[in-house]
Design a protein around this ligand. Sequence first.
Ligand SMILES: [Zn+2]
Length: 129
Amino acid sequence: MRQSDPCPACADDGRGGTFDLTCPDCLAEWAALSPAPRYAFRWYGGGSYGHAPATEVEPAQSLREVRETVARRFHGCDSYRPAVDENSGAWIYRAGDLESLASYLKSGDTYPDFVTEFGPRGGVRVTPA
Ligand SMILES: [Zn+2]
């Protein structure tokens, strides 16, 4: 069931599994994910992703999954996100309570719980922020 004016995450499947936490349709889809995602992450840096709203996030079950996703995109194996470079990565949030996460992100204070960083040899590590 889509709104007549869908949010960008709903409207464009090419964004590859993003959810906007201010969109009721996205929240309903997120709630239907099983098992429930433990983390939500969003991109920072890297040419093409600067314009996504702060509330647009992707789900993950584990920090390892986020790390693998970042590595895959960095190595160019994700056609949805071709412009991931050393300056991009993921800001990761615990996703237990989506409503508080949504209002936190909406407030403009988007300091994450964890960030990904590239190591000297191109590996990806997750560090507490
Ligand atoms: Zn949506």
